[in-house]
Design a protein around this ligand. Structure first.
Ligand code: HEC
Length: 237
């Protein structure tokens, strides 16, 4: 019985301390960017915020260190600045007008640097590794070391590739990609263009511009393409 009272007393004490801590630190008096995410949750009353206020708060103050330096140079805050394409697509709610579509497609096509001569597929095993890795330019207290952990291509978050692993469903399934389409130079060039800058075919797509933004090299794209087209690849089994 005594044990029972003791544990109730303990819980009451913890609650009292929590009430004092939460009550004693009003939002205005702390700079939430100095806190870790868990501490931010303890001092900020999300229930008092409108959805817009909460979105604003989570993006600009929610523990992300937006003034920290990032790997590509500059600071994290600069990643929030939209380029021209992103501004058009945001304003059009991803439904560009016919004129906007034409402009986006033309600019995306012009951005693509194709390999010289015929497209020759790379190594599907390397490609598979990249397609399934999300290791990238993360916002983190310490920078990702790309010498130890090569950059991933993050495709798996949006695409299904083969029966051996479960991928995402934001984009269409790419199961049987090469088997279904063949490997003519025309289809290889088209696919290279999609991976390099998918707005060349799908204006205002959600698919990242990994070639045009310098995240994937030509060689890496050709390895990923081998994963899509090689008859030996699990994608085509
Ligand atoms: C953020 C989500 C996302 C990521 C990451 C992504 N894609 Fe996509 N992808 C899409 C969407 C969505 C489409 C469909 C095009 C559209 O209508 O926007 C697409 C279309 C495609 C297509 C054309 C499919 C077809 O049937 O014609 C290919 C090929 C493709 N993606 C390959 C890749 C590869 C390879 C990667 C990794 C380098 C990748 N994608 C990363 C979202 C993504």
């Amino acid at each position: 019985m005594l044990k029972h009272y003791l544990s109730i007393a303990c819980i009451a004490a913890v609650l009292a301390v929590l009430a004092v801590t939460v009550g004693a630190v009003p939002v205005e008096e702390v700079d939430p960017t100095d806190l870790h995410a868990a501490e931010v949750d303890a001092v900020v009353d999300y229930t008092e915020m409108t959805p817009e206020e909460m979105a604003e708060f989570l993006i600009f103050n929610g523990g992300l260190k937006l003034d920290d330096e990032v790997q590509e140079g500059g600071i994290a805050r600069e990643r929030l600045v939209q380029d021209e394409l992103q501004i058009i697509c945001t304003q059009a709610r991803n439904q560009p007008s016919p004129e906007q579509r034409e402009k986006i497609i033309a600019e995306a096509q012009a951005s693509i640097q194709y390999p010289e001569g015929d497209i020759v597929l790379g190594d599907w095993e390397k490609g598979r590794q990249m397609a399934w890795s999300g290791f990238g330019y993360r916002l983190a207290p310490s920078l990702d070391d790309h010498d130890e952990n090569p950059l991933g291509a993050n495709c798996y978050n949006c695409h299904e590739f083969a029966g051996d692993r479960q991928g995402g469903t934001v984009g269409p399934s790419l199961k049987g990609y090469g088997k279904l389409r063949g490997d003519s130079q025309a289809i290889l060039r088209l696919t290279y263009g999609i991976i390099y800058n998918a707005h060349s075919l799908f204006p205002c797509t959600q698919m990242p511009r990994q070639g045009a933004k310098g995240l994937l090299s030509q060689e890496q794209i050709l390895d990923i393409m081998a994963y899509l087209f090689d008859p030996e690849s699990p994608v085509n089994q």
